[in-house]
Structures are given as structure tokens and as C-alpha cells.
Design a protein around this ligand. Structure first.
Ligand SMILES: NC(=O)c1ccc[n+]([C@@H]2O[C@H](COP(=O)([O-])OP(=O)(O)OC[C@H]3O[C@@H](n4cnc5c(N)ncnc54)[C@H](O)[C@@H]3O)[C@@H](O)[C@H]2O)c1
Length: 267
């Protein structure tokens, strides 16, 4: 049921690849809540993904942008303001990719040029998006910016590899930029730390299915599904969450505060 929580708001949503993507569900929910937005993804994802289908469903234009390219980001932001008819109120950064993970390199045998690429795509791009928004004076006062993260930033999950450090960096950018955007524009910046979710990026991690089951048993509420994550994002983009900033917000069914679960011992 829609409450029109995002009526009149303009956004940019990064990272919808297919209908399993978290960003896909976020876009659907934002559309249902009355938002207007532009969808973006890397040019290669536009060729292989299904984002155009989502664009038609949500009445949203799709603009390609490699999130590591300032030129692409500035083009995206400028065009988004033209299409949407004003400055941006909300941004979802749902971008993650590690070549070391893809190529199944062990954490103790990492290729460093790939690691730098991982950091650039998965974390520094978050800073680049925010800096481009500031430079183009493209974000409205009381806007809301969200990045998606994972608890491997705080605890060790060996198969998450260098994505752990990526997420630490992402979360740190949210705090630091959150300060500057808060002071200058009353804009809030947060990261949302989501449960394991069956997506292209998620299932690229070694042993993901087993880990998904483990986290589900460990969490008193079970793993949070992507649809519930989308609802949380809507809340964070709405005026109901105006004073939440510089936070890492767990959306994980309670996993982050568990020590031991009898359900796991029974497995
Ligand atoms: N799936 C999980 O278990 C899980 C859990 C917590 C957090 N997350 C995070 O959620 C976010 C979204 O991932 P997802 O699970 O929906 O998977 P996904 O594979 O559907 O989304 C990842 C997206 O990143 C995009 N991308 C990669 N390189 C890019 C580039 N250079 N420029 C622009 N976009 C690029 C991909 O095209 C893809 O759309 C990621 O940050 C991921 O780390 C996922």
C-alpha cells in the first residue's frame, strides 16, 4: 500500500542489474511511493542487464555511467536535473564489484591493481558521486544519500575478501561526507548494512548459499529480504528520517547483535 512518502522527490538510483538486485526493489518501491528518478548503471550492465525493463515499469530514464568516472557522473547528474526538472533529493549507491572475488583469488594472494579497482568501484565511487553533486550544486537541502554495505566492515568474514575493506571505506566516507553535507546543506548521508541477499553480487561470494542459511538461522528475525530493504530505503529518503545522519544502520534481522544461537547448534 502506497503512502506517497516520496511524492515530489527526485532521485538517482545506481545499481539495478536484474530483478534480483536490491536497487531494483528500491526503484519499484520508490516509484510506488510517488518518487521520480533516473536509473543508472555501468555501460556494460546496460548491455547485459534488464534495466530498461525496470525503466519502463517505473517511468524512469536510464543513463549509463561508470561510477568511477567523474565525467560520466557529471553527465548523469546534469542530465538527471534536466529530466527531473530540478535538484536531486535522494541518491542510492548500490554498487559493488571485486575482481579478486570474481577470479577467486585468496585474501593472502591478492592482486593489488585489482584491489584498487575494487576500492574505486565499490567505495571511492560513493565519494565521487557526492563530490560531483556538490560541485554541480545538484542536491537539495534536506536531501538523503544512502550507500549499501555489509557487516564484514566490522567483523571478519573470510570469504568476503577485500570487499570487507571496501565496505569499511564506504562507511567511513558516509561519516566524513555526512559531516560536510550536514553543515552545508542539511543533507544526510548513511550506510545501510543489509543481510545476505541472493543477488548477482551476493552469490559471487564463495560458499554464499551456506552462509546465507547460517545468517538466516543466526538472526532472530531471519535474513532481511531485499523488499524489506527497499522499504527501509524509502523511509530513509522520506522526510520521516530527517535527523538521521552519519550512521551505519543495520538491517539484518538482529544478526549484528547475536553471539550464539541454539538454532545454529542444532544444525
Ligand atoms: N547481496 C548481498 O548479500 C548484499 C549484502 C549487503 C550489501 N550488499 C550491497 O548491495 C549493493 C548492491 O548489490 P546487489 O547485492 O544488489 O547486487 P547486484 O549485482 O545486483 O548489484 C551490484 C551493481 O553494481 C553495479 N556496478 C558494478 N560496477 C559498476 C561501475 N563501475 N559503475 C556503476 N555500477 C557498477 C553492477 O552493474 C550491479 O548493478 C552492493 O554495494 C553490495 O555490496 C549486498
Amino acid at each position: 500500500m502506497s503512502h506517497n512518502l516520496l511524492k515530489g522527490k527526485r532521485g538517482i538510483i545506481f545499481g539495478a542489474l536484474d530483478d534480483q538486485s536490491i536497487a531494483w526493489k528500491v526503484a519499484e518501491q520508490c516509484h510506488a511511493e510517488g518518487a521520480q528518478f533516473v536509473l543508472s548503471n555501468a555501460p556494460v550492465a546496460l548491455r547485459f542487464g534488464k534495466i530498461q525493463e525496470l525503466g519502463e515499469k517505473c517511468n524512469a530514464e536510464v543513463i549509463p555511467a561508470d561510477a568511477t568516472s567523474i565525467e560520466d557522473l557529471e553527465n548523469l547528474i546534469t542530465k538527471s536535473m534536466e529530466i527531473l526538472g530540478g535538484k536531486i533529493d535522494f541518491v542510492l549507491h548500490a554498487i559493488g564489484m571485486s575482481i579478486n572475488v570474481r577470479k577467486k583469488r585468496d585474501y593472502t594472494d591478492i592482486k593489488y591493481d585489482w584491489m584498487q579497482k575494487t576500492f574505486d568501484i565499490s567505495a571511492i565511487s560513493f565519494h565521487k558521486v557526492m563530490q560531483s553533486l556538490v560541485k554541480l550544486d545538484a542536491i537539495n537541502d534536506w536531501g538523503s544519500i544512502l550507500g549499501l554495505t555489509y557487516i564484514a566492515a566490522q567483523r571478519t568474514f573470510p570469504d568476503y575478501n577485500e570487499m570487507a575493506e571496501s565496505k569499511s571505506l564506504l562507511e567511513s566516507f558516509a561519516r566524513s561526507f555526512g559531516y560536510h553535507l550536514g553543515i552545508d546543506k542539511k543533507v544526510r548521508v548513511n550506510t545501510l548494512s543489509q543481510s545476505p541477499t541472493m543477488t548477482t553480487a551476493g552469490s559471487g561470494i564463495k560458499g554464499f548459499q551456506e552462509f546465507f542459511n547460517y545468517a538466516d538461522k543466526m538472526s532472530p528475525l531471519g535474513n532481511a529480504p531485499a523488499e524489506a530493504c527497499a522499504n527501509y530505503c524509502v523511509y530513509m529518503f522520506s522526510d520521516l528520517s530527517r535527523f538521521i545522519t552519519m550512521q551505519n544502520l543495520y538491517h539484518d534481522g538482529g544478526f549484528s547483535n547475536m553471539g550464539m544461537s541454539p538454532a545454529i547448534l542444532d544444525m
